[in-house]
Write a protein that binds this ligand. Structure first.
Ligand code: F6R
Length: 609
């Protein structure tokens, strides 16, 4: 999704901003642009110089003229919402006098109404974007300072924004504001950065300040200040980003997806590190802010997330029910927030998000907080909006996930849920022996993941075998069902092969009609109490001449092929069973020549509705 990067300091700004944009490429975009303030003669205002291009950052780079010197600038990668991808619709947007330039992430809900009003006042629009409205509002604001002009403009605007603004008459500063779309300040030595994602900053500084909703900031080369959109000063203490710039590199892999799948043994090791308490056969999750008495009072747990995080939450809900015996379920946050949910004081809400910025999840959290609920976050990005909005929670420590398609973060999130379930279980009725059993199982995971990854060549061969399918069915029961759903999502996202996921038990209630030789099925078949039931489902498929690829703990006779995965404790099996299917999706997409790290139409973090 859209990306912002800005710089003010002494260095030549254009190469810095272009490099920053490249680091944001993974988020998905369709056009890019850059604006810088040219050198101001003494006592005279500077001029703004802008270049925009439809397509990739390298196309923008090719258009940037040789003489494009300046030490202050802002840049953007756009993901079209209002108006098709084009040079005109790319950001930044400037006013008629070329004095104000704005880059914007988010959506201005009342843009068309404001556009009509401004057009009636004689403003000529050059693009179809909602952002241009904001540019003209700032340019026409009567206030004396840039901060007040921006504030005045924002008062007319409804919707979400992360913005950065340059003004030719105030060329010693960049003014930024946040409402619903991330804005992070990077604090350097006599230089300041701003970005929508720390990925664009960490090569230069690891000292960051994340703005809250309703917060603004003024960046000058040697200082910054933060304040609310109402004008009152806020305190902002920089924190240190734990991830190194190298964590965002490809590290010798051809794609980020492959790199991230391959990192999972280490990533799981990281989420477990320092948390296991062998003495009481439990785990410590320092940030939960939920003491044992409060945890005992929880009557129900509702998990909210989107896409892959929602699927991780479904496995999380099962783990909580199994280990802690607390009724739990997961629901897409995007649906939850629109159905006027009944918020029960004894329910603990858990928001799950890799990015910590997904708008639908954030909005659900804000709605819950407004209604007085207690919300925990299970989040990957430290200091992200959802992490800060929640009352407590746990980080999943997967490390930066760059590929649009989530893999390692899914696995780590499920492990984090296993830790939460164990923690809650040991406060309630889970025995020491069962606690120890689960801890032993958790400790086996990294090695078992390495074992699965070592089988990549065989999975690649199987992917080639099934890559001709136009459509695939994924089935599983209870613990296997969310695994099937996630594996089906992975395949469709990255290969564009149509895939359906159903509980195996539901086959005969309708989807069996789809089964024929051209519709292969991937069956999740753990060695647990439902093994025979799963075998019966495979039998039904075989009877209709369906091809079957099983993911199981032992070779399945009914299946045409089986990927055998190592057995763990029944409750933890779902963590491992999804991993070969990430590789399956990856190799299918590779064989089909897909753009693996940036599947069509998708963006990494969906910070708009
Ligand atoms: C799928 C995928 C998406 C995200 C979803 C939520 O591979 O990555 O389905 O899981 O957009 O994103 P986060 O977890 O950042 O809230």
């Amino acid at each position: 999704m859209c990306g912002i990067v800005g710089y003010i300091g002494k260095r030549d700004v254009a190469p810095l901003l272009l490099e920053g944009l490249q680091r944001l490429e993974y988020r998905g975009y369709d056009s890019a642009g850059i604006v810088i303030t040219g050198k101001a003669a003494a006592g005279r205002p500077g001029t703004l110089k802008m270049v925009k291009a439809k397509g990739r950052v390298r196309e923008l780079e090719a258009k940037v003229p040789k003489r494009f010197a300046g030490t202050t600038g802002i840049a953007h990668t756009r993901w079209a919402t209002h108006g098709a991808p084009s040079d005109e619709n790319a950001h930044p947007h400037m006013d008629a006098e070329n004095k104000v330039a704005v880059v914007h992430n988010g959506i201005i809900d009342n843009a068309s109404e404001l556009r009509t009003r401004l057009t009636a006042d004689g403003v000529v629009f050059l693009s179809e974007t909602d952002t241009e409205v904001l540019t003209h509002l700032i340019a026409r604001a009567q206030a004396d300072t840039l901060e007040e002009k921006v504030r005045e403009a924002l008062r007319h605007v409804e919707g979400t924004y992360g913005i950065a603004v340059l003004h030719a008459d105030f060329n010693d500063r960049i003014v930024v504001a946040r409402n619903g779309s991330p804005v992070v300040l990077g604090i350097g030595e006599k230089e300041m950065f701003v970005a929508s994602d720390v990925a664009a900053l960490v090569a230069h500084t690891r000292q960051v300040v994340t703005l809250d909703d309703g917060e603004m900031a003024t960046l000058k080369a040697d200082d910054f200040r933060t304040y609310t959109t109402e004008g009152s000063t806020t305190t902002a203490t920089p924190t240190t980003v734990e991830w190194e710039a190298e964590s965002y590199d490809m590290g010798g892999h051809d794609t980020y997806m492959h790199k991230e799948i391959s990192e999972q043994a280490d990533a799981v090791d990281r989420v477990l590190r320092g948390r296991i308490d062998d003495r009481f056969s439990t785990v410590h999750l320092g940030g939960l802010n939920l003491d044992a008495r409060e945890a005992r009072g929880v009557r129900r747990i509702k998990i909210l997330g989107c896409g892959t995080s929602y699927h991780a939450g479904q496995i999380g809900a099962q783990l909580i029910e199994e280990l802690a015996r607390i009724p739990a379920d997961a629901e897409p946050a995007s649906e939850f927030r629109y159905r006027n949910p009944v918020v029960d004081p004894d329910t603990l809400y858990v928001a799950v998000s890799q990015s910590g910025e997904t708008y639908d999840v954030l909005a659900a959290v804000q709605e819950l907080k407004r209604k007085g609920a207690r919300v925990l976050g299970v989040v990957n990005v430290v200091g992200s909006a959802i992490a800060r909005e929640a009352d407590g929670g746990t980080y999943v420590h997967a490390g930066p996930e760059v590929c649009v398609v989530s893999t390692k973060c899914f696995t780590n999130t499920v492990v984090a849920f296993a830790l939460l379930a164990l923690h809650l279980g040991r406060i309630r009725d889970l025995s020491v022996a069962d606690g120890k059993r689960i801890i032993d199982g958790l400790r086996r995971l990294p090695e078992q993941i390495s074992e699965i990854l070592a089988g990549e060549d065989e999975i690649k061969r199987l992917a080639a075998e099934y890559a001709d399918a136009k459509s695939m069915m994924f089935i599983g029961r209870v613990r296997g069902y969310p695994v099937a759903r996630e594996a089906s999502l992975k395949l469709k996202e990255v290969s564009y092969i149509h895939a359906e996921a159903y509980p195996a038990s539901e086959l005969k209630h309708g989807p069996l009609a789809l089964i024929e030789p051209a519709m292969p099925t991937v069956a999740i078949v753990p060695d647990d109490d439902l093994l025979e039931k799963n075998r019966a489902a495979m039998e039904e498929i075989k009877a209709r001449s369906g091809r079957i690829l099983a993911v199981a703990h032992q070779v399945q006779e009914k299946a045409d092929h089986t990927i055998v995965v190592p057995k763990n404790e029944n409750e933890l099996d779902p963590i491992l069973m999804g991993i070969p299917l990430q590789l399956f999706a990856y190799h299918t997409a590779l064989a089909m020549g897909r753009d693996i790290d940036k599947p069509r139409n998708l963006a990494k973090s969906v910070t708009v509705e």
